[in-house]
Design a protein around this ligand. Structure first.
Ligand SMILES: Cc1ncc(COP(=O)(O)O)c(C=O)c1O
Length: 319
């Protein structure tokens, strides 16, 4: 059950961050954000988790992140279905039935109703118990935490310049399809990208370019929109699935198959998809230009369509 423990104080997005409103207006957000923890909505500084939480000790938990456009979660059913699958994958007993309301409240409490683009993060860990690898004996309630933050989409002029990526060995466990909170391999890969001055890292396993650290990878190969198959080696991105559907609907040939790194390097176009990434064109991989080094027409067509389908039209102002 969700409880109103405190007298509601309407927070405005995330602490101390500037968010863009419609029409280019900006709002300085200073109030403390409101988070969800185990049935309550509380100011972030009041949300406390015991040190014996298994999420903290073992990374023993799962999470989900859903985009929202103008305060409306996008494809929430699909995200919650994946959360249920992740919970089953880790054998954590938690019913996601309260999640739509938690999402709605987090967006409202944080003043994100009128913000063009934001996201809701929820995480469920196996709960609090004395440290021991096996599941705790007895009934231990899971720890459920959530927050909502604004996202600033890059201005279209920046998007049109394209972005860059580096390849990186995939050292994750063999169940990348479960959205676990243990993300240390992704953290190290993403830091390598940052150190290289680029936006994304591409996980490579057995010579195949699989996906990014927090997004899925697509390549246009001989005119075919291609992405890794939905195996245990990638996260089955909700944006990935949606973009595949839209690509088919728009008449592009589509194929789900493994992409050898050499083929990726010779691709006409490369882009990433994801909740916060949306559709991001990659024009350099490992320092080499992709195609003619410019954002390609297929990526642009898919992004324009995505903007339309999400109702997030207009050139989002610069961060
Ligand atoms: C490893 C990985 N791949 C792909 C994605 C993209 O998934 P989605 O489109 O559902 O955000 C994510 C999202 O966090 C991710 O962590």
């Amino acid at each position: 059950m969700i409880v109103d423990r405190f007298v509601r104080r309407r927070a405005s997005g995330v602490d101390g961050v500037q968010v863009n409103l419609d029409g280019g207006r900006k709002r300085e957000v200073k109030n403390e954000s409101i988070v969800y923890l185990n049935g309550e909505f509380v100011p972030k500084s009041e949300a406390m988790i015991p040190v014996e939480d298994r999420g903290f000790l073992f990374g023993d938990g799962v999470y989900e992140a859903t985009p929202a456009y103008h305060g409306e979660p996008f494809l929430l059913d699909r995200h919650l279905a994946r959360l249920s699958r992740s919970l089953e994958g880790l054998r954590i007993g938690y019913d996601v039935a309260a999640m739509p309301e938690i999402h709605r409240r987090l967006l409202a409490e944080n003043g994100l109703d009128d913000v063009p683009f934001s996201f809701v993060y929820v995480q469920v860990s196996r709960g609090v118990a004395p440290r021991g690898h096996a599941f705790p004996s007895g009934a231990v309630p899971p720890t459920v935490y959530g927050f909502a933050n604004p996202i600033v989409r890059p201005p279209r002029s920046r998007w049109e310049e394209g972005f860059a990526a580096v390849t990186y060995p995939d050292r994750r466990w063999g169940r990348a399809d479960i959205k676990v909170i243990s993300l240390v391999a992704n953290v190290l890969a993403q830091q390598t990208a940052v150190d290289a001055g680029v936006e994304d890292a591409i996980f490579v396993r057995d010579g195949m370019a699989l996906e990014g650290t927090n997004n899925n990878l697509f390549a246009v190969l001989d005119g075919t929109v291609t992405t890794s198959p939905a195996s245990n080696y990638i996260l089955h991105g909700i944006t990935r699935g949606f973009v595949l559907e839209r690509a088919r609907a728009l008449g592009f040939p589509v194929e789900e198959r493994a992409i050898p790194v050499e083929e990726l390097r010779a691709a006409e176009e490369v882009f990433f998809t994801g909740t916060s990434t949306e559709i991001r064109p990659t024009v350099r991989v490992d320092g080499h230009p992709v195609g003619n080094g410019r954002v390609g027409p297929v990526t642009r067509r898919l992004f324009d369509d995505y903007v339309k389908m999400t109702g997030s039209g207009g050139d989002a102002p610069a961060a």
